[in-house]
Design a protein around this ligand. Sequence first.
Ligand code: G6P
Length: 453
Amino acid sequence: MKYIVATARAPFSHDRVEGKDVVRQNVGGVASSLRRLMRDREGTWVCWGDGTSDTNYQEEAVEGYRISRVILSSNEKRGFYDDFSNGTLWPLFHYFREKIKTEDRAFEPYVTVNRKFAERISRYADKDTVIWVHDYQLSLVPGMIRKMLPDSFIVMTWHIPWVAGEFFSILPQAKHILESLTSSNMITFHTDIFVRNFLETQEQILGSAGSIRNKVLAIPLGIDDKYYGAWNLSETRRKSYPKRKTIFSIDRLDYTKGLKNRVLAVEYMLSRHSDLKGKFNYVMLVTPSRTTVSDYIAMKRELEMNIGRVNGRFGDLEWTPIVYMYRKVSDNILKNHYRFSDIAFITPLIDGLNLVAKEFAAASEDGILILSKFAGASADLRSAILVNPYDIKEMAESLYGALSMSPEERRSRLADMKAVVRRKNTSWWLSRIEKEISKRWPGGTNKSKPNYN
Ligand code: G6P
């Protein structure tokens, strides 16, 4: 079986830095899993060439497969990425009604860019190829391909939540997008809830969901458990880690992540438990994201004001309760935090999955995971402390309880979670998807079956 994978983000980009072309690797969980698939299979990865010198690398052979980059003009980028993908679809699929921009003008560049992707895909597709399209940025691609190549086998994987049908109907282009998605042969989400919402949406907007029921599946993405579980860091790093208890989080700066509510929970806890002063640090790592989208610019200021208030209210010369860092970090530093933090505090208001939670479970030595019950990963990580991210008091109490949890309870919860992330890892995810493809497309069944290890 050969693949054409299509994602908005590229596995590798090229940037011009000080007169030289430098390769930037996408280290996100989806990109890493798909790279593994593509290394084992022949094929082409169609993506947006977002690097400053990607025009020179529109087609490139890497790791045994081909990358084909779609180049966008700055107007196309603004309309497709900033306005429609992240100004309309992203807030829509995360229930942020007041942020959804419904002006029609952004839809046109979105259609144009989706068409560029579909045309590029059709250039490489033949009868043995599975076309695997990913996420909300490319929602119209399945419908366009279906028209260009009626017999193709198309898989759509939706990585963000799917909302209730009534909410989805806010979108003026709802029917158009739904028709495109349902023209895929298989659609996967990360949880049963999103599958149910999708089927209910189909029933409301296009009539009965009966005809598509058996092609919509929940197959949650896993992580490379061995990579995160491998501890080759020196023990001296442990010694350099803060002596105080450490609460840790890492998120893209995004209003869906519930960052402000976490700061409020820490404030609430400190205002009720003065004995905790000086006893912990909350290491809050935030990575820059979508910095050209207006809602993202505004929320940075609000978050930083809240952090400043809490530190100003409780901190002193010896102690800063919230250690806030706004930057990207290397994987080794991240693994170090995962490994040695006492608590991971991962409380998005809603999230399609949240791989950070799974990575922490795989890497942690002895830690506790406090996880939002609205993160897709909570369906798998039942032994985390599950909280409602809108309930500041409950989050504060869970944090307080976690700071004094018995070692037995800590160990048993972590062991349960480690077992799940080990079993449902990246290889499991890829194998499940391939198995489902083979069931539905016997003509395309594999001759050789790599196990993606
Ligand atoms: C989410 C989406 C991805 C997206 C990622 C990073 O995880 O599901 O499709 O690529 O965020 O966002 P960005 O806008 O930087 O691609």
